[in-house]
Ligand binder design. Sequence first.
Ligand SMILES: [Zn+2]
Ligand SMILES: [Zn+2]
Length: 379
Amino acid sequence: MANDYYGVLGVRRDAQPDEIKKAYRRLARELHPDVNPDPATQERFKEITQAYEVLSDPEKRQMYDLGADPFAPAGGAPGGGAGFGAGFPFSDIMDAFFGAGATSRGPRSRARRGRNATVRVELDLSECAFGATRELVVDTAVVCPTCSGEGTAPGTHPETCDVCGGRGEVNQVTRSFLGQVMASRPCPACGGFGTIIRRPCPECDGDGRVRTRRTIKVRIPAGVEDGTHIQLAGEGEVGPGGGPPGDLFLEILQRPHAIFERQGDDLHCTVTIPMVAAALGATLTVETLDGPRELDLRPGTQSGQVIPMYSLGVQHLNDSGRGDLVIHVTVETPAKLDEAQEALLRQLATLRGEETPPGRFAPGQQGFFSRLRDAFNGR
Ligand SMILES: [Zn+2]
Ligand SMILES: [Zn+2]
């Protein structure tokens, strides 16, 4: 038998139910966490409540007298039985005596977690693609160096509140059919802190922190894009009363690039080539994020053709590999021809039998004409 419930409540083994109830009430008022917030007292309070829970129930009391304890560790019940099964919740009994919400809250701490902050970081495309290091200047709050976060003037400390005796709560006692019912509310004198700062620290006005400007060096990983948030845990402002810091978030803004348009981790750009080069094929030099690269155009390259340059796009975020650079080819038709050029082209047209070209539809392509056709077909 783990617990001596009669001893805990200070009653004889043959005590009548109302004696048990009286004993519990007397002890509960004395040991209630609202009155005595220290852990040892709270433990005692739990013990007497357990004892009362068993001894106030005739059936449980009888079983207890026979050697079963509902609060003993599992398997402790004699005969391998399940004992009492689950007792009703601990808080129920407290609510019954003290009104709902009377469980111990204790004084609230002055220390609270600092707020999160967000800083916007503008990057150009290649910084997004390859990562970057930035020194950021952030307006933030740090622990007050004068009071180390306590909020009190040098040489002083928070004093226990006289009104609530340090509990941070005051009780209001009302009578009900159960007897006296206590309800607690935050102490108006100390605001629920349980302590009063009589002489606030002159540097921080009792807040425990001071505002400052801080420079932090951050490493931005490769692959971020417009709108990416990077969390820097604990780099936000410290909380009031020496509370822990919040987080700092970096929000990435990607500056538009003059040539490349980003789609996911691929980059797209348009390269214009002269008509003759498209017909004959050529090797071009194109700008990439990795510097100039050669691009081979096959003879007969068409306008609108798409040529991928693999792994020259943006590095995948938190992953190996890169997107592609996708070249969209536009074939440029010469707008002005001198006499010699015109003569050459006419000669070419004759050779190809193209003096009076028919003009052909390109069926099946999702271009303007097919969309027009679909519109006529009622799709
Ligand atoms: Zn201070
Ligand atoms: Zn108080």
